[in-house]
Write a protein that binds this ligand. Structure first.
Ligand SMILES: [Fe+2]
Length: 430
């Protein structure tokens, strides 16, 4: 059942579509596979799911409605399928998970084998599935919560927060914030909490996620870079050159969609890779390291090594959906590690490079990595190709003295297992 529901979500259900899941196991599996404010989990009312779907599709002709129901649920009020056929609503689709049994109540046989559901109405799909009971827990939401958030989802139009390049994935959303840079203090003053009651769909990298969280609604995050921001309960914004933290809710849903990643420019993929490795390594060098942070950081580096096997330098082997998903997963793990330890020396040095010299964040880290990593080399796992990494940041136009002095003002720079001082940094970076 889990695999069938995964398939339905991957191939049939758009990000803004509404989903009604029938009582019992179908609802629990839908929750397990893809929870969203857009899902309504029917609780206890067997046979009611398609009726609810018809009502919704009639009243919200602009939204696509999917009913995911067990065969027993549909058989219980088969007449509703006849009504569906008569109304012929183009925005309604019924997906029947047919195991010829009512597994939720003990596996009693149904007579679904005597019915051809697909011939009864248009837009009916039947998925023949095994009778086994999937191991999924109960839905940890109160009935009132399920109702309230679904009510919000159907009544308030979502806000899309995205980059220029990811706008196209949600052409129907009208309320759009295009993010061009990380949020500033002025943005926070003007917009913080302004979308408190809406659903926010965030598609993009760290700046997109931070912007979405500051807006204040229920954020559904579709990260396209390895932003640690996807799981954290704060957002980064800038007050001039000063990095500040804004306390907010972590995104409600977090999902990696390979399709959104395929358009990423090579440069973004490259910088994401450097940023991820930097996050993992800094967390391993950190004085604040815990067993948990070490576990995340090591797992992140293991995923990185899976996708950088072929190249002599630190580089992703091929831009396949599988590799890109692994990169984002690694970024997420490294982000979790850094959430425990916080960043230190490389990020401290990267900030003035980005602020004053406009070197992109990941690029600055790519330049720093082969310089700083050897200083800690005995204490961290080796990252293949790091020593051969050669990122050009137009060194001649950068005053390294200034960069070091600014970096030393960053309080967390000293949180590492080896001492940091100006002399040592000058020796490494000059
Ligand atoms: Fe970073």
């Amino acid at each position: 059942m889990i695999r069938a529901v995964e398939r339905i979500f991957q191939s049939k259900i758009g990000n803004d579509d509404l989903v009604i899941a029938s009582t019992g196991l179908p609802a629990r599996v839908v929750y397990h596979v893809h929870d969203s404010q857009n899902n309504f989990y029917v609780q206890g009312s067997m046979g009611a799911s398609l009726g609810i779907g018809i009502g919704l599709a009639l009243n919200r002709p602009e939204r696509k409605v999917h009913v995911i129901a067990g065969d027993a649920d549909i058989l219980m009020s088969l007449g509703t399928v006849v009504l569906m056929n008569k109304l012929n609503l183009p925005n309604l689709h019924l997906h029947i998970l047919d195991n010829n049994a009512c597994v939720s109540t003990g596996g009693q046989a149904t007579c679904s084998d005597a019915v051809d559901f697909e011939s009864m109405a248009k837009n009916v799909s039947v998925y023949k599935i095994p009778k086994d009971k999937p191991d999924v827990g109960r839905i940890p939401l109160k009935d009132s919560e399920i109702a309230q958030r679904f009510h919000d989802a159907i009544n308030s139009p979502p806000t899309l927060v995205c980059s220029e390049s990811t706008r196209k994935f949600f052409p129907d959303i009208k309320d759009v914030f295009i993010v061009k840079h990380a949020p500033t203090k002025e943005f926070v003053e003007k917009f913080a909490g302004s979308r408190k009651s809406s659903r926010i769909i965030a598609v993009g990298g760290g700046a997109v996620m931070d912007t979405a969280k500051i807006l204040g609604g229920e954020v559904e995050a579709y990260p396209t870079t390895a932003a640690g921001s996807v799981t954290s309960d704060h957002a980064v914004y800038w007050d001039g050159p000063k990095k500040c933290s804004f306390q907010c809710k972590a995104p409600k849903v977090f999902k990696i969609v390979p399709e959104y990643l395929m358009d990423l420019p090579d440069e973004v993929i490259e910088y994401t890779l450097y940023d991820t490795v930097a996050h993992a390594l800094e967390s391993l060098w950190s004085k604040n390291k815990t067993e948990e942070s070490e576990k995340y950081a090591t797992a992140a580096l293991a995923k990185i090594s899976e996708i950088t096997k072929k190249s002599q330098t630190l580089k992703i082997d091929e831009k396949t959906p599988e590799n890109l998903v692994k990169l984002i997963e690694a970024g997420n793990l490294a982000g979790k590690a850094l959430g425990i330890t916080h960043s230190n020396v490389m990020h401290a040095l990267s900030y003035p490079l980005t602020e004053k010299y406009k070197v992109p964040h990941g690029k600055a880290l790519g330049w720093l990595l082969p310089r700083i990593a050897p200083y800690y080399s005995l204490r961290t796992p080796e990252v293949k190709g790091l020593d051969k990494l050669n990122v050009n940041i137009e060194r001649a136009r950068i005053d390294i003295n200034y960069v070091i002095e600014e970096a030393l003002k960053y309080p967390k720079i000293h949180d590492t297992t080896k001492e940091i001082n100006k002399g040592m940094l000058l020796k490494i970076l000059l």
